[in-house]
Design a protein around this ligand. Structure first.
Ligand code: AMP
Ligand code: MG
Length: 501
């Protein structure tokens, strides 16, 4: 399987390379944790792969030249058909709480880690999602379908464009190989990129299965690589829990502010780095509905939009429980979790102030934010369009462009008065600038993804590529793509996204 030709993913080669195909070094920090953490295995090849989409921005960050990203070697390696020289493929084991219930052992059922590449931003792990069965596949086939792979690829890069912490995506490759879900679909592989794919569930795994040595090794690995300041604390593991709580609080605030619903916030889908991870039935809100449930399989609405911050805390509590063997007392863990309760509201308030164009905090801001949410909910206003239109709100004018989004004009007028008063001493240039950087014009709405998916199933990948380029800079105007900033069509509300991927 190993390629005989020199490639940029080859650290052993002596062949001289053009600057854009310089060789890169693989490292294997996760593998160094030892065999209790994973199973080494080879990806399973897919027949006749083809490119579906590539993020040149991600490629550049990894130091992968454009020419290499178009090569047959790259296509084969990133589909799992050819071993990247120097890589060391493995699937990791983890456990987790799914929909509030302990689910026992899970693991990378269809994700294969190749190792990590050094980049100016630090080491980045490279993972192939959908590259075949692993010992943790349970009843699954180890594959991912084109539909869900496009959603994950686009949303990873869209989140990055929005400035929201997320795992990234380098590319998608597709194959005509059939994959059975509710219907027959085709296979795809997404190459995911992140400093680490370690989840809360990794800690739960070694804690519940009573492997204290491994639990400590995992915590030390995470502290030394990603939270070095915790090492200086009197209780490094409590400090770790607190640091993760704070990153998670910031992530939840970012999701709420942009109107993102994750859909499956199980502890195995929670990143120890506070990244958005495992894109499944996610959705950006169209009309603002606080109780919106995007996952069709979530009958009880456990992961409804307005429950996400509480679910984030619930998951951190599970992480705290898993870390207890490394702490002196339960009180220590509880104290470490406390910060979530102050960091989350403060982070959300800061984000909402920025969306409203208020550079400085004032006591009445909380009430204004609450009234805004209430007004949007009562009128089921399109969340993204409201905020973008609000960027051109001027207290003096009639602000029709915003008012027209509301059927209850009286309530809007009352709100507009409150907002106008708050803006009295705010510089309008400063405000507009702040708002245009915090209210995206473009988000990956379900129907936009769906249109790109339908075309891609017919081998037209232009929709995927257009969306990618627009969503990577979602605060820009992109005049030529006005349509992508419009209201969702009627059929958008009938799209049903479930866990099936
Ligand atoms: P998710 O809720 O999508 O994060 O998946 C939960 C678990 O099921 C994870 O351990 C996945 O690796 C695994 N899984 C999901 N789909 C498949 C599949 N098609 N084949 C193998 N494992 C899967
Ligand atoms: Mg998962």
């Amino acid at each position: 399987m190993t390629s005989a030709t020199a490639t940029p993913l080859d650290r052993t080669t002596d062949t001289p390379h053009a600057p854009d195909t310089a060789p890169l070094n693989w490292r294997h920090s996760f593998a160094e944790l030892g065999p209790a953490f994973y199973t080494e295995l080879q990806p399973a090849p897919l027949p006749a792969p083809y490119w579906v989409g590539r993020s040149q921005a991600m490629a550049r960050e990894l130091g992968l030249g454009e020419a290499w990203m178009e090569s047959a070697d790259a296509l084969a390696m990133l589909t799992g058909n050819q071993l990247a020289p120097g890589s060391r493929p493995l699937a990791s084991v983890y456990s987790g709480h799914q929909f509030g219930v302990w689910a026992g052992q899970l693991g990378d059922g269809r994700a294969i880690l190749l190792g990590e590449l050094q980049t100016p931003q630090g080491p980045q792990e490279i993972q192939l999602k959908g590259a075949g069965r692993t010992p943790y596949s349970r009843m699954g086939d180890g594959r991912a379908v084109l539909r869900s792979s496009i959603r994950e690829f686009l949303c990873s890069e869209a989140m990055h464009g929005l400035g929201i912490p997320s795992t990234r995506a380098l590319c998608i490759t597709g194959s005509d190989a059939a994959v059975r879900r509710e219907e027959i679909e085709t296979a795809a592989v997404v190459t995911r990129v992140a400093p680490s794919f370690i989840r809360f569930g990794h800690f739960e795994h070694f804690s519940y299965s009573e492997q204290p040595v491994q639990l400590k090794a995992l915590a030390d690995h995470v502290i030394d690589r990603f939270y070095p300041a915790c090492r200086e604390a009197s209780q490094p593991y409590a400090a770790l829990l607190q640091a993760v709580s704070e990153r998670t609080a910031h992530l939840m605030a970012a999701w709420q502010a942009v109107g993102f619903c994750h859909g499956v916030m199980n502890t195995d889908n929670m990143s120890i780095l506070g990244l958005t991870i495992d894109y499944g039935p996610f959705q950006f809100l169209d009309a603002f509905d606080p109780g919106h449930v995007c996952n069709h399989s979530d009958a009880e609405g456990r992961y409804a939009y307005n429950r996400q911050p509480n679910m984030g805390y619930w998951n951190l509590f599970c992480l705290g429980q898993a870390l207890l063997p490394l702490m002196d007392s339960q009180e220590q863990a509880l104290a470490a979790l406390e910060s979530y309760k102050t960091v989350f509201p403060a982070a959300l308030a800061a984000r909402m102030r920025a969306k409203l164009g208020l550079p400085e905090e004032q006591p009445q801001d909380l009430a204004l934010v609450e009234n805004t949410f209430k007004l949007l909910a009562a009128n089921r206003v399109d969340y993204t369009i409201f905020w973008r239109h609000l960027c051109s709100f001027t207290p003096q004018s009639g602000h029709e462009a915003v008012r027209d989004l509301f059927f209850d004009r009286e309530s809007f007028n009352a709100w507009a008065l409150q907002y106008s008063e708050r803006l009295t001493h705010v510089d309008s240039g400063l405000r507009a600038d702040l708002m245009l950087k915090n209210n995206p014009r473009f988000v990956l709405r379900n129907h936009l993804g769906e249109e790109a998916i339908r075309a891609a199933k017919l081998k037209d990948f232009s929709g995927v590529n257009t969306l990618l380029s627009v969503l990577q800079t979602p605060f820009d105007e992109h005049e030529a793509h006005e349509r992508l900033a419009g209201f969702p069509p009627d059929w958008a509300s009938s799209i049903e996204i479930s866990c099936s991927s």
